[in-house]
Design a protein around this ligand. Structure first.
Ligand SMILES: [Zn+2]
Length: 375
């Protein structure tokens, strides 16, 4: 039995002072107000549920596409733990089938070995829209094949999320994926609002980096953005690095969807948690300048964002409350992934996954299953 004393604790619903957390075998047994610290490990700062990032392409100097191995997953997980993430979905950008298979095998091994922080895989593509491909390599964008369908439905990958363009994948296939427990996200798409709503009807649950690489909201064409903002039940990933989406658009999205349906995502490339400035990917050079990653010509190419900075940006620039920002970083993605009874909240029966933040929302320490993994 481990005991931790939290000076300030936001459990995901309320903020309380002087809380004793008891943990057994990685799971929280109880959280109760305590008069003294006793022999407990003292957590100084604000203890919050660990962050859950459903879109992570890389970190610690490595990109999952470039080296789809177990070693890469370990490096990525450790890199993002420094910024409070206790669960990530390693995300594979559009690539050939062999790379997809290697990535899946690496994740299957990580899941089988119980690698901390790796909870599944996100295939971002390859069944996307050419006009909205962003930096996804054109030559690999294609229609779905039986072998890809079978790969997405594998049962040894943990949680599987697939980003697809509904104009490139039929509603029948979307519904087949959903029935196989795959989380279908819509994105990199030029779909109309009608096509988008049909995909939601077929069971699609989310949108990948809302506003970026998707048909915009216009007066006579509501686009994917319009449908995403209108729909009440789906979840939207949002990149709050102040480069991808304007603050007003971020605020509008949070107002329409509520923090219970907006997920902060990093869309991080290899640069996060490393001092790397240049990255080679699919014949392109991705350069970092400050917080911005671009290819030649200035097009954004993923982000250099980490989850703690996303939380901080929400509070400082979008004027969210701490509670709203943390909700979007933890309980909302947990609910999207179907983990709402295990993660994203701190209480009896939940995983002992938390992050400790200082008053400027920088991470002081990160714990997964009661074990300190950073700080
Ligand atoms: Zn993308």
């Amino acid at each position: 039995m481990q005991r931790f004393f939290a000076e300030n604790l936001f459990d995901g619903k309320t903020v309380q002072k002087n809380q004793m957390i008891t943990v057994e075998a990685g799971t929280i047994q109880s959280i109760e107000t305590a008069g003294s610290q006793g022999d407990a490990i003292v957590l100084l700062g604000l203890v919050t549920p660990g962050f859950i990032d459903v879109q992570v392409n890389g970190g610690g100097g490595v990109l999952f596409n470039n080296q789809p191995t177990l070693e890469t997953l370990l490096t990525m997980s450790r890199a993002h733990q420094q910024f409070g993430s206790t669960a990530i979905l390693p995300t594979l950008i559009t690539d050939n089938f062999s790379t997809m298979q290697q990535a899946a095998d690496a994740v299957a091994t990580a899941i089988a070995q119980g690698v901390q922080g790796i909870v599944g895989i996100h295939f971002e593509g390859p069944h996307l829209s050419q006009p909205k491909k962003g930096i996804h390599p054109s030559q690999h964008i294609r229609e779905i094949s039986p072998q890809e369908l079978a790969l997405f439905k594998r049962k040894d990958l943990g949680l599987v999320c697939v980003t697809l363009a509904p104009e490139n994948v039929s509603v029948a296939v979307i519904s087949e994926l959903v029935k196989a427990n795959v989380k279908v996200c819509l994105g990199h798409s030029n779909a109309s609002a009608e096509q988008t709503l049909a995909a939601l009807d077929a069971g699609a649950q989310g949108f990948t980096h809302l506003f970026n690489a998707m048909s915009p909201l216009q007066s006579r064409k509501s686009g994917m953005v319009g449908a995403a903002l209108l729909d009440q039940s789906s979840y939207c990933g949002l990149i709050v690095d102040l480069e991808h989406v304007d603050t007003t658009s971020c605020q509008l999205a949070i107002k329409c969807k509520t923090p219970q349906h907006i997920m902060l995502v990093t869309d991080a490339m290899s640069h996060v948690g490393s001092d790397q400035t240049e990255l080679q990917f699919a014949g392109m050079q991705i350069n970092r300048q400050g917080n911005k990653l671009t290819i030649k010509g200035g097009r954004l190419a993923g982000s250099a964002l980490d989850m703690a900075s996303a939380v901080r940006n929400c509070v400082e620039n979008l004027h969210c409350t701490m509670q709203q920002a943390i909700t979007m970083a933890s309980s909302t993605p947990a609910t999207f992934l179907g983990l709402q009874h295990q993660k994203g909240y701190l209480g009896a029966g939940f995983a002992a996954d938390w992050t400790v933040l200082n008053s400027q929302y920088h991470v002081v320490a990160t714990y997964i299953a009661g074990e300190q993994v950073f700080g």
